[in-house]
Design a protein around this ligand. Structure first.
Ligand code: NAG
Ligand code: NAG
Ligand code: NAG
Ligand code: NAG
Ligand code: NAG
Length: 951
């Protein structure tokens, strides 16, 4: 080969690489991102994300290096094709609460990623192990989503991590630590922040978690299910400044090594089961905020070392068994703002006449044994509460300290600067500079502020100032900021509403919002030190300015136009490029065939490769391993279709595997249709599909494991969980919401066809999850209001109209749901000893009497003293659901609204979370008074589980 030819070939191949190479991958990735997410910026048009002005995208050398789309109202799922963005350093999709689905595994291929912020979205499912493959990652913020499963141990491999925030998810299992075989969080020796609060983490805080190489400053573990004692190795992490262990079940004495942590400013040990003496903390010279309430300390006197900690602003020790007098010296700590010592046995005389901090604004000594009170005239005059002490006899109302003051929430709100007040129209708001505008709004959450005096304006002024200074230095288009409504919420976070006003215009464009969102999500902004660690949750912003009108141009047209202009040479190159691309594509297809269980399907009989969202494929061998060879011990149920097994994934996540027996196996096409359908349906009240197995002649569906069994088991008393009236309402609401989602939000809509108490599962917080879509029927496009189908369903729940006409509509589910509600009220089976529950209730009922005269048929274990009206309303609703004619039954969306109303009228919050079962459910093993158990039958045998199958 001559030099010349070689050179030409080389040039050609370089050209090919440019045309088919990685910049195109960026484009492809963004296109598939757009395919899966609604509401991407309207100016994402044209073929070059780096050439034009694609909002939210930053490029370096024609490669996409940053995607920041905070508060864009993005809706849908994150495409796994994101992996093609091989130069990506920043991915921030925070504050898009309608991004749902699982975080794709392929995220682990973004080798250059530095910042991954997905705060306040609705991701669920496990955090993929592959997250540990991101060697550069420094900031990982996945807080305020619905991730579940364990914290992946692989996070320990992120040796550059600085900020780890997994708070406010459903993560469970232990805190992973390394053990020679697997990594763990103890390896994160560059991390300064572990924010893991408000999950369901359990087990002990591992002693191995702490070592002297660490530089951790914020350790936030509150509101989990952690047990065991606080390891004394915590003393090794001398850098610690904030420790929050509150709201767990930690026990045993507090290790003395804690006292060596001289940098700690905020310490929360409250709401645990700690024992032993009150820990001595006289070494913590910088301690400002201390809460040790609600433990089992044996603590006779108020410790004297309090008085040596000159920085203390806040002492909270409610219900800590304190006895004896309140020392006078306590109140003279120079920075003291708040002393809360409620519910102890403090006695003697309270004396604050000698010296007290001029910052002191609340002394709460409610419910102690204090007999007298000394103050000097003109002395302390801020809040003092001595209610429920002998010094305040019950009849005493004249002494101000014998009355609980009105809520001491501060009413702070940023005032307007010296400007002419303006009247704004519609939904605009005047800025502190008196300009009408649409501000970017949200809530700042401070996890451990050093102060407790929420009325002290100087803190907020300092915060406003630092926000403005940051905006100016970062050249953000910000006119002014406004803060308001400071409160301490139930988890002791300080919440502050934030409004950021635009400069120049009356509204932000997307670039402006994403830059401000990023400054808050990525922790670029640092608040004044008194505020401690924070996070921000934005409200949706609905007032975007700018952006050209939508006009989609595809990549290929872009290139073809270019090619035509460039002439024949370019065409030739294109041809070559095409061949190259085709080969690459084949190679990729071949690679994916090996992973694709449907690879050997005959596409003619089975359709194309299934389009699955989030669900993964398991091999038979894998599932065999996870279920211990489908052992009997792991069998948790059975039915006409086959058996259900419990299994455990290697990462610890529990799964339920539905294994079809040979006779009930579907054709490949039906199976494919079913898993495609299931994988698209995501709602917290629906059991979600984890994956499937189509291997070695098996058909299995792998679901999330729902720990508290079926509603039937609870109603029958078999599961030992007692469902009080409130919980029943919650179950009804959850099931209704799940169904309403299937009917009204799923696309195409889905009719369940088999709603019954065995298909309603209860999770650890007794939230209802609708299961078993085996008979579900998606509505096709041509079938807007009904589908004609062979009758399937379960006797007792079956809609008579459907049975008669064979026309299935959503209203058939409504009928079954009505029966289910009657079951919740009566704890009777739909057909029991020949009697049909619908008729029994209709016959017994008398609307003129209390409880509609239904005492005889009600489940006697329901205690209705607080709200009998709610039962009557539920009966009305149930009967409207079982109306003869579908047209007269309410739609599921209406049913949801009505149950919500009924709950609110009964003083219940429809969205309140119950505590987890492990904490507080009354578990009754005794079930003698239960209608279900009266006959002493084995429930599963007698229950009419009959399915009417086509003849
Ligand atoms: C962690 O990193 C080590 C060394 O790079 C590697 O061998 C191991 O597979 C990684 N572990 C996980 C769980 O990612
Ligand atoms: C206060 O309580 C302590 C411990 O119960 C007791 O020893 C002491 O006598 C009480 N003092 C007064 C003044 O009642
Ligand atoms: C967005 O707004 C900023 C200033 O408010 C302006 O500089 C920028 O050009 C705008 N971007 C677009 C794409 O309109
Ligand atoms: C968000 O997008 C949905 C459509 O996807 C739209 O109905 C809704 O009004 C949008 N919300 C805001 C605040 O723009
Ligand atoms: C999934 C989740 O935790 N969402 C919460 C995020 O934060 C907002 C504001 O605090 C809550 O309302 C959401 O429930």
């Amino acid at each position: 080969m001559g030099q010349r030819t070689r050179l030409i070939l080389l040039l050609l191949s370089i050209q090919c690489l440019v045309l088919t190479g990685t910049a195109n991958d960026d484009y492809k990735a963004l296109i598939s991102l757009m395919d899966e997410l609604k509401n991407t910026p309207p100016n994402w048009v044209g073929a070059d994300p780096c050439g034009g002005n694609w909002e939210g995208i930053v490029c370096t050398n024609s490669r996409v290096t940053s995607i920041v789309l905070t508060s864009m109202n993005l809706t849908g799922e994150l495409s796994g094709e994101i992996q093609l963005l091989s130069e990506l350093q920043t991915l921030d999709l925070s504050y898009n609460k309608d991004i749902t689905g699982q975080l794709p595994n392929s995220i682990g291929n973004l080798q250059k990623l530095l910042n991954l912020n997905l705060i306040g979205c609705s991701f669920f499912g496990p955090i993929p192990d592959a997250i540990g493959n991101l060697p550069q990652l420094t900031i990982l913020s996945l807080n305020n989503n619905s991730f579940n499963g364990p914290i992946p141990a692989s996070i320990g491999n992120l040796s550059n991590l600085y900020w780890l925030d997994l708070a406010e998810n459903q993560l469970s299992g232990p805190i992973p630590v390394s053990n020679g075989f697997k990594p763990g969080l103890d390896m994160l020796v560059h991390a300064k922040h572990f924010h893991l609060e408000k999950n369901k983490l359990s087990g002990e805080i591992p002693p191995q978690l702490f070592n002297s190489s660490m530089v951790l400053i914020h350790l936030i573990l509150n509101s989990n299910d952690l047990t065991g004692s606080i390891p004394d190795t915590i003393g090794l992490v001398q850098t610690l400044q904030v420790i929050r262990f509150d709201g767990n079940s930690l026990s045993g004495p507090v290790p003395s090594s804690l006292n060596s942590l001289v940098n700690v400013g905020e310490l929360y040990l409250s709401n645990n089961k700690l024992t032993g003496p009150i820990p001595k903390l006289n070494g913590m010279n910088l301690l400002k905020y201390m809460d040790m309430s609600n433990n089992d300390f044996d603590a006779p006197d108020i410790p004297t070392w309090f008085s040596t900690l000159q920085s203390l602003t806040t002492i909270v020790m409610e219900n800590a068994g304190l006895q004896g007098p309140v020392p006078v010296s306590l109140f003279s700590l120079p920075n003291l703002q708040t002393v809360v010592l409620r519910n102890n046995q403090l006695n003697g005389t309270l004396n604050i006449s000698i010296a007290y901090s001029n910052q002191l604004q609340l002394i709460d000594l409610r419910n102690n044994s204090i007999v007298s009170f000394i103050n000097t005239a003109g002395g302390y005059n801020r809040d003092l509460i001595l209610v429920d002490n002998p010094v305040c006899p019950k009849t005493e109302v004249t002494k101000i300290y014998c009355v609980v003051p009105q809520s001491n929430n501060s009413l702070y709100s940023t005032t307007q600067n010296n400007c002419q007040p303006v009247q704004c129209n519609l939904d605009q708001i005047p800025s502190p500079n008196c300009k009408c505008a649409y501000p970017y709004m949200g809530t700042l959450f401070f996890r451990a502020p050093s102060f407790s005096d929420l009325g002290n304006v100087s803190y907020y002024k300092a915060l406003e100032k630092s926000l403005m200074e940051y905006s100016e230095s970062a050249k953000l288009p910000v006119d002014s900021v406004s803060l308001s409504n400071p409160i301490r919420d139930s988890s002791m976070n300080l919440e502050l509403s934030l409004e950021v006003f635009p400069s120049g215009q009356d509204r932000f464009n997307r670039t402006g919002i994403s830059r401000i969102g990023f400054m808050l999500s990525n922790q670029n902004f640092k608040p004044p030190p008194d505020f401690g660690p924070f996070y921000f949750i934005a409200d949706p912003y609905g007032h975007y300015a700018g952006g050209p009108k939508e006009s989609k141009k595809s990549l290929s047209t872009g290139i073809i136009i270019g090619a035509a202009a460039g002439g024949a040479v370019l065409l030739l190159l294109l041809l070559l490029a095409g061949t190259y691309a085709f080969r690459q594509k084949r190679r990729a297809e071949r690679a994916s065939e090996q992973l694709n269980p449907f690879a050997h399907w005959d596409p003619k009989s089975s359709g194309g490769i299934p389009q699955l969202k989030g669900a993964r494929s398991f091999s038979f061998e894998e599932l065999k391993k996870y279920t211990n060879k489908f052992s009997e011990a792991n069998s948790i149920g059975s039915g006409g279709y086959g058996k259900v097994y419990r299994g455990t994934l290697p990462a610890g996540q529990l799964i339920a595997i539905k294994r079809a027996q040979t006779e009930s196996m579907q054709g490949g096409l039906e199976f494919k249709t079913e898993i495609e359908l299931l994988s698209r349906v995501h709602h917290k009240n629906l059991v979600s599909l984890v994956g499937f197995c189509f291997d070695q002649g098996e058909q299995m569906l792998v679901y999330e494991y729902v720990p508290n069994g079926t509603l039937k088991d609870s109603l029958s008393g078999r599961s030992g969980i007692r469902l009080d009236w409130m919980r029943r309402l919650k179950v009804a609401l959850g099931a209704a919401r799940g169904l309403a989602y299937l009917h009204e939000l799923a696309n195409p809509p889905i009719i369940h066809r088999d709603i019954k108490s065995t298909n309603i599962l209860l999770d650890e917080r007794l939230n209802a999850k609708v299961a078993d879509f085996g008979l579900s029927k998606p509505m096709g496009d041509g079938e807007k209001d009904h589908v004609t189908t062979q009758v399937k369903g379960t006797m007792g729940y079956l809609d008579p109209e459907y049975y008669m006409t064979q026309q299935l509509t959503e209203k058939s589910d409504v009928y079954s749901f009505g029966v289910l509600m009657l079951e919740l009220i009566t704890a009777r089976m739909p057909i029991e000893r020949g009697k049909y529950i619908v008729r029994v209730v209709r016959t017994a009922m008398d609307r003129t009497k209390v409880l509609y005269n239904l005492h005889e048929v009600l489940d006697p274990t329901i205690d209705l003293q607080t709200s009998p009206k709610s039962l009557e309303k539920i009966v009305d609703l149930a009967l409207s659901c079982v109306e003869e004619s579908g047209a007269n039954r309410p739609a599921m969306g209406v049913v949801v609204k009505m149950i919500e109303n009924i709950m609110q009228l009964a003083g219940l919050n429809p969205d309140a979370e119950s505590a987890s079962t492990s904490e507080s459910y009354e578990v009754t093993k005794e079930n003698s008074h239960h209608p279900y158990s009266n006959d002493g039958f084995e429930y599963s045998g007698v229950y009419p589980n009959l399915k009417i199958e086509p003849h």
